[in-house]
Design a protein around this ligand. Structure first.
Ligand code: PMP
Length: 475
């Protein structure tokens, strides 16, 4: 059997053995997923779910080529990279072919957080400065250095607020940000948002300090699937470099061809970062991540004289897996698929928008889309409760699609890249059905109240009871 414990027991043990704030989806009725294949996941009863959110299983869950490469290497050798081994060299060569020529030195680590932490060490070594600019609502990782540049964490419940050497620029969001398309018709939004970064740079200088780095995702995930206006990154990169800082592109979520037309999301903006961080999709679920940088920055780092060692980073198994992922992206034509299916989903979402008032905005590139749900299309007031309803109802219909953004009102579509036309039709038809239900607001209130009650029942710290029977017993 592919699972060992009855689900009630898993819930009970999770509550007692695992930290209570460790994130869990669908707390009112957690999903126990025991296997997956391609874009489908299966629970302990064999029920199939369509995975529209898993950007880690990039080339498809349990891709046979990746599984074979990993298991074969595991049977040969898995050790740290203080011995010569070809796998990280082959991965580096292959990554180098996909990147601008300036980005030619690679470091291997185990997670996106580690990659961003190392990126900041490199930036500090190169600039001698520490002041860092990030975007509002950004998330760059769970380690201390990254919480410090993640307003999504430090400004939220449990956060300690903004550190003095962090400077937060507004999200360059033309729909929901501080400069909106409707208020600035005919103006250059890219320049307006970039001028906010200029102000931060001036503020740093005024304190007699220097700029170390500007870090941002090329398309912002946690901030609500935001596509910055064309020219924004060019303006910002110019300013940051003029001030002596380096530009870090966090491609942990948006890299490896998700945008379809390019391998890296920053390429859509025609910029060349000084440091690029990669993670999540790189190992298709296996922990492997990477930092790519320029020769000059790498030299500044090594000139400090301290050796860099990372026990599991870039071990032969991680290397074999990362190489197989890159090969699968090519072999399965996943960039073309991202463009084709992404465009199709976008078109179908526009049809839904004509039909359902709740859809305020749809934005995206390739297999990275955000659907912004609103109560009012004029004021763009976010529909947080409606979104909660949609997300939980989707799950009942066996479609896994979740929400994000500061108001949790943006549906984020970022599925395994093998997502196909049939899957798209299934997701759209389900959304259509649920958006129709939502027209009756009392249904939403009643449903959400029930979910909240059950969430308390399951994972409230004082609750002693393991599993309350659900009102919809088919789950
Ligand atoms: N950067 C971004 C943009 C991310 O979304 C994440 C993870 N959600 C990270 C960094 C951190 O990666 P990890 O969880 O692998 O440490």
């Amino acid at each position: 059997s592919s699972y060992r414990l009855p689900k009630e027991e898993s819930v009970r043990l999770r509550r007692s053995l695992i930290g209570k704030n460790v994130q869990l989806f669908y707390k009112h009725e957690p999903l126990k997923i025991v296997r997956a294949h391609g874009q489908y996941m299966y629970d302990e009863q064999g029920t199939e779910y369509l995975d529209c959110l898993n950007n880690v299983a990039h080339v498809g869950h349990c891709h046979p080529h990746v599984v074979a490469a990993g298991s074969h290497q595991m049977s040969l050798l898995c050790t740290n990279n203080r011995f010569l081994h070809d796998n990280i060299l082959l991965v580096s060569q292959k990554l180098r072919e996909t990147l601008p020529k300036e980005l030619c030195v690679f470091y291997f680590v185990n997670s996106g957080s580690e990659a961003n932490d190392l990126a900041m060490r490199l930036a500090r070594a190169h600039t001698g400065a520490i002041d860092t600019i990030c975007l509002d609502h950004a998330y760059h990782g769970h380690v201390i250095s990254q919480i410090d540049v993640s307003p999504y964490k430090f400004n939220n419940t449990g956060g300690a607020g903004k550190p003095e050497d962090t400077h937060v620029a507004p999200v360059p969001d033309a729909y929901r940000g501080i400069f909106r398309d409707m208020d600035h018709v005919g103006e250059d939004l890219a320049a307006l948002y970039a001028s906010e970064v200029d102000k931060l740079i001036a503020g740093i200088h005024k304190k007699g300090r220097d700029v170390c780095a500007y870090i941002a995702e090329s398309m912002q995930s946690c901030g609500g699937q935001v596509i910055p206006p064309k020219g924004y990154f060019q303006n910002v990169y110019n300013s940051v470099r003029k001030a002596g800082g380096v530009c870090i592109a966090d491609e942990v979520q948006v890299g490896f061809g998700r945008v379809g037309k390019h391998m890296w999301s920053f390429q859509c903006d025609g910029v060349v970062p000084d440091i690029v961080t990669m993670g999540k999709p790189m190992g298709n679920g296996h922990p492997v991540a990477c930092v790519a940088t320029t020769q000059a920055i790498a030299d500044s780092f090594s000139d400090q004289g301290m050796e860099y060692f990372n026990t599991c980073g870039g071990n032969p198994v991680s290397g074999a897996i990362a190489l197989a992922v890159l090969e699968a992206i090519d072999n399965d034509h996943l960039l073309q698929n991202a463009t084709q299916i992404g465009d199709y989903v976008m078109e179908k979402c526009r049809e839904l928008q004509n039909k359902h008032y709740i859809i305020g905005d749809i934005r995206g590139r390739g297999m990275f889309l955000g659907i912004d749900l609103v109560k009012d299309r004029i004021t763009r007031e976010p529909d947080t409760l409606g979104t909660k309803y949609v997300v939980n109802r989707l799950r009942e219909e066996r479609v896994l699609l979740r929400s994000d953004g500061p108001f949790n009102n943006i549906l984020k579509f970022k599925p395994p890249m093998c997502f196909n036309m049939k899957d798209a039709d299934r997701m759209i038809a389900t959304l259509d059905k649920i958006f129709t239900e939502i027209e009756d607001i009392s249904t939403v209130h009643k449903y959400n109240a029930d979910i909240e009650e059950r969430e308390k029942y399951h994972f409230h710290p004082t609750s002693q009871i393991s599993v309350k029977p659900t009102s919809k017993s088919k789950l």
